[in-house]
Design a protein around this ligand. Sequence first.
Ligand code: SF4
Length: 142
Amino acid sequence: MTEIEQGPITLDVALAGATSCLECRFWDHKKDLEGFCRRSAPAPAGRENEITRWRQTRSEDWCGDGEIAVDPLPRIPCGACRFWFRPEHGIDPLQHAGRFSDWWQHAGLCRRHSPQADAELGGRGYWRTTHDDDHCGEATGK
Ligand code: SF4
């Protein structure tokens, strides 16, 4: 069994899967040593029409959710995912958050996860927006 040392934690690689983002099937390489972690669908937000932006990580980073890229990740786009809901005419928000109208016409809501409880009384949960060509590691076909 292989073990790696990471600060106070000793991790069993056989259980952890990928030992770096570089070898992880959910890592979406961007440029040089940077990429996006697409492991998880976006968590709902506390405001309406929040855009999903997958977090960047470095190639040498790692986490306990990584999986070795033996097989490429089946790429199911949001537009073909059962958790995605697009209003009939897309979304027409007051604030475009730096995206063009065309992006919003192809936008929908990722309903993969329920809103999380917190300390705010009467707080509402809103599903985050993604583009129909986005994808993540929690997608399921319709
Ligand atoms: S692929 Fe599905 S689960 Fe993943 S972000 Fe898109 S709608 Fe959400």
